[in-house]
Write a protein that binds this ligand. Structure first.
Ligand SMILES: Nc1nc2c(ncn2[C@@H]2O[C@H](COP(=O)(O)OP(=O)(O)OP(=O)(O)O)[C@@H](O)[C@H]2O)c(=O)[nH]1
Ligand SMILES: [Mg+2]
Length: 316
């Protein structure tokens, strides 16, 4: 029987005091320079020309995968970085899985090697340009693997310039893997173009048909800090958020309506809606006049709500 899911955000568990995080910008980044926009770091010429030749491997098909899903710039990489910081602070171990990409992808190897430093660096915002693929494992204090979290380039999930384009083969590899998937569908308050947004809704409707009954869906309203729905840091007007998503993305919840064809009753949706914010971003200027993005981490309540919801859905 289908379980009742809710669209009202997850309950909040007691919180430990914030650990101090350095906000000092570091001007000399220890990582390679950023390539031109549209270039996906780590892919070879062949993979760039034909995304169907991109190869990924999921070694552990028994542990659920949290798939951060959404177009470019919606905040997947920063959400992964923010969740990693949060989970490590509360005693979880979060480590990149090296075997996810072929050994020939030396950029991925480098990102795995430097992942922890990057996450905790004052230059963490550079991750938005540097990390393209990343699969991490999350272990609890007793060393038990709880889940894997996946970040991948947004343009292969949904590209507004090619809205009807099928997924490249590697996305289907993920969809068809034996793992349970907790799909985290990213939405945001400042995605301007309505036709781009409706193309995204259509893409999700299609993807829903590939989800198994064991899979779960969480809509993550990222960049809530840019909306009018924040009452206080971490406290959000969820009725406003839900209305906003329904208005901006008409029909987005429709595939998740829980309708019983026998009783003809509607029950709560088969998905969650969680508000989220990574924090604040601002452009700083180097002495040579070039600009770079700085990141100031937000309150723990947001990653806490997301993690509580993920754990609830992993359990049932
Ligand atoms: N205000 C605000 N801006 C955010 C937030 N999260 C991300 N951003 C902004 O969005 C930009 C893109 O974030 P990314 O995490 O790189 O987005 P992505 O979805 O990984 O993008 P691709 O890797 O290109 O698919 C960042 O550089 C930030 O400027 C947030 O919570 N609040
Ligand atoms: Mg990214």
């Amino acid at each position: 029987m289908a379980k009742k899911f809710d669209l009202g955000g997850a309950p909040i568990e007691p919180q430990a005091p914030e650990a101090p995080v350095s906000l000092e910008p570091v001007i000399d980044a220890p990582f390679p320079p950023v390539e031109e926009p549209g270039f996906v770091n780590g892919l070879n010429q062949n993979e760039l020309r034909d995304p169907n030749s991109i190869v990924v491997s999921i070694a552990d098909q028994a542990v659920p995968i949290i798939v951060l899903f959404g177009p470019t710039e919606c905040g997947k990489t920063m959400t992964l970085i923010r969740m990693t910081r949060f989970l490590q602070k509360y005693g979880y171990r979060v480590s990149p899985i090296r075997s996810f990409r072929p050994a020939a992808d030396s950029h991925y190897a480098q990102m795995c090697e430097g992942y922890n430093d990057l996450v905790h660096s004052p230059n963490a915002a550079e991750g938005t340009q540097m990390i393209s693929f990343m699969l991490v494992e999350v272990l609890d204090k007793s060393g038990r693997r709880i889940c894997q979290i996946l970040e991948a380039p947004g343009e292969y999930y949904y590209n507004p310039k090619k809205p009807g384009e099928p997924f490249p083969a590697y996305v289907n590899t993920i969809i068809n893997s034996g793992n349970r998937k907790i799909w985290v569908f990213m939405v945001e308050p400042d995605w301007q173009d309505p036709s781009d947004r409706s193309g995204y809704v259509a893409k999700l409707q299609k993807l829903k048909r590939d989800m198994t009954p064991q899979d779960r869906a969480i809509f993550l309203y990222n960049k809530v800090d840019k909306s009018n729905f924040v009452i206080a840091p971490g406290r959000v007007n969820m009725a406003g958020v839900k209305n906003d998503v329904e208005n901006m993305y008409p029909g987005i919840f429709t595939p998740f309506v829980n309708f019983n064809p026998i009783t003809k009753w509607f029950k709560p949706y088969l998905c969650d809606l969680v508000p989220f914010s990574n924090g604040s971003f601002s452009l700083a200027t180097k002495p040579d006049g070039t600009t770079y993005l700085t990141y100031q981490q937000g309150v723990d309540l947001y990653p806490q709500m997301l993690w509580n919801t993920i754990m609830k859905r992993i359990r049932g």
